[in-house]
Structure formats: structure tokens, C-alpha cells
Design a protein around this ligand. Structure first.
Ligand SMILES: Cc1cc2nc3c(=O)[nH]c(=O)nc-3n(C[C@H](O)[C@H](O)[C@H](O)COP(=O)(O)O)c2cc1C
Length: 261
């Protein structure tokens, strides 16, 4: 699938074929996409644990339920638990030096191994890494970038996915044997969509100039209609939901599982 179409077609999927497992190969593609995502200092902040729904006992699955994550847990065959390792700076000094050796961080831009030790590490990163709020801020963004790549890879592989609040982190920690330094990020539910992959149409979003600006925050970034039109042709901007038959789709799906309509 073309890149723009992947972006355009991604939806938070909440109806999965509960009977169809996800091939391990496709999960590997998602994890590889996450592993290829950009990351500061080439550090490994983001961690994930892949679990088959049916390998979790009922008690654990029930513990994951929360106000925003309910029947989704019964429908999705694969759960990916995403975390941020708050001890990510371990070994990071060496990773920066590796980037210097590979000429990714070149001398022309001031980089050398001594510069990493004395300036970048000594004066910037080490002091920052002592402040929990800064670590949390950095790590959350890094994990978000990884998770985003994995979401888009899922779409490209013909899968559906949705992020969810990770209910009951204490149970998750115990069952998955999560190290103390891993901070819960999100639970990603993955499977083959049972709802149409367009899931009733593209979600309502505010126009570009509501959120993005040019020059200063007082000048909205006004989109060029020709570019907007090109993005429609290339699939990034798709027909907005709800499709006329969306209510029927949801009603029929609910009926299929005996859920409230
Ligand atoms: C970080 C994050 C957390 C989310 N948590 C939940 C959740 O707990 N339950 C849920 O049903 N959807 C959750 N969602 C899905 C959003 O509600 C979804 O993005 C929204 O429906 C917009 O639709 P779209 O993702 O299809 O564009 C989450 C999405 C993100 C990005």
C-alpha cells in the first residue's frame, strides 16, 4: 500500500474477527517498524510485549477492563503492551559514540567522542536524566513515535489496531514480569478488522489551520486547495464518516455477538 494511503486508511479499529489469529510474521513487521523509528541519541526507550489473548487467563483479561477498554479485549486476538524504559540512558553514551564512529554525527557539526563525553553527556544528558519529569517527557514521545510506526505498519499488513489505556498496571507488571524501570505506555489491540477497514469513514478532524501555523502562532497554515485535492486522489484524505450505513454496520456487529445495540 502507498504511504499516503496507509496514513489515510488508518482507523482505531474496535471490531476484530476474534477467531482469526494474527500471523507472528505480521507482528514482527510491526515491531520492526517500531524499531526503525527515529529516536534521540539512538537510545532504546520503547519496549513492547506481545501476548496472545488466549494465553491470558480470564482473571487477567478481566483485570485489564476499564471504562474505555471493554469488549475490545474479547475481540482482539493479539495484545501488544507498550512501555517506556525509564532507565533508557543506560549504555546511551556508547550509542552516541557509535553514531560518531559511523559518521552519522560528523566532526563538521562539532561531534567527536570527547565531545560526547564532556559536553553532550556530561553537561546535557546526564543532568537531564536525573529529573524524572524530563525523562518521562522524553520517553513518552519516543515511545509514541515507535507506536505510531507500528500502527501504520499494521494497516499496511491488512490488520486493524487500536490503542487503549492499560488497565490495572499492577496486574500487568506481575503477569508479564515487567521490570521496575518500565513505565506503562499503552495497550495496543491488534487483529483482522471485522468492521469494514474504513470503519464508517475518516474521523472528524478540525481543518489544518486550526492547529498548525506559519511564521508565528498568529498566522494559521492555510492549506493550498490543489494540494488538498492531490491528497484526496492519493488516499491520505478520505471520505469523512459517518457513512450512511455506519449505524447499521454497528448494529449488525453488536447483534452478532449478542451485545447491546
Ligand atoms: C494514545 C491513545 C490512547 C487511546 N486510548 C483509547 C482507549 O482507551 N479506548 C478507546 O476506545 N480508544 C482509545 N484510543 C483511540 C481514540 O479514541 C481514537 O483515536 C479516536 O477514536 C479517533 O479515531 P482514529 O484513531 O480512528 O483516527 C486511543 C488513541 C490514542 C492515540
Amino acid at each position: 500500500m502507498e504511504f499516503k494511503e496507509v496514513i489515510g486508511l488508518r482507523r482505531s479499529i474496535r471490531w476484530f474477527k476474534p477467531w482469526q489469529p494474527v500471523e507472528r510474521e505480521k507482528i514482527q513487521v510491526m515491531l520492526e517498524a517500531a524499531n526503525r523509528s527515529s529516536r534521540s541519541m539512538n537510545a532504546d526507550y520503547c519496549k513492547a510485549v506481545v501476548v496472545n489473548r488466549d494465553d491470558l487467563d480470564q482473571e487477567t483479561r478481566d483485570a485489564l477492563r476499564n471504562p474505555t477498554t471493554t469488549v475490545d479485549l474479547d475481540l482482539a486476538p493479539t495484545y501488544i503492551f507498550w512501555f517506556t524504559d525509564m532507565d533508557y540512558e543506560v549504555g546511551t553514551q556508547d550509542r552516541l559514540k557509535e553514531l560518531v564512529q559511523h559518521k552519522v554525527l560528523p566532526p563538521s557539526h562539532g561531534w567527536s567522542e570527547a565531545y560526547v563525553d564532556e559536553v553532550v553527556w556530561g553537561q546535557v544528558i546526564e543532568p537531564m536524566s536525573k529529573v524524572f519529569a524530563i525523562k518521562q517527557w522524553m520517553g513518552s514521545i519516543e515511545s509514541g513515535i515507535c507506536i505510531c510506526n507500528a500502527l501504520n505498519a499494521a494497516v499496511d499488513e491488512g490488520l486493524g489496531a487500536c490503542l487503549h489505556a492499560m488497565g490495572n498496571p499492577a496486574v500487568v507488571k506481575e503477569v508479564l514480569k515487567v521490570p521496575d524501570s518500565w513505565f506503562p505506555a499503552w495497550l495496543m489491540l491488534v487483529g483482522y478488522p471485522l468492521e469494514d477497514r474504513e470503519a464508517g469513514g475518516q474521523r472528524p478532524r478540525r481543518p489544518l489551520d486550526t492547529n498548525f501555523f506559519e511564521g508565528t502562532c498568529e498566522t494559521p497554515f492555510v492549506p493550498d486547495p490543489e494540494v488538498t485535492e492531490r491528497l484526496r486522489r492519493e488516499g491520505m484524505i478520505q471520505e469523512a464518516g459517518p457513512f450512511p450505513w455506519r449505524a447499521d454496520e454497528v448494529r449488525m456487529l453488536s447483534r452478532m455477538f449478542g451485545l447491546p445495540e
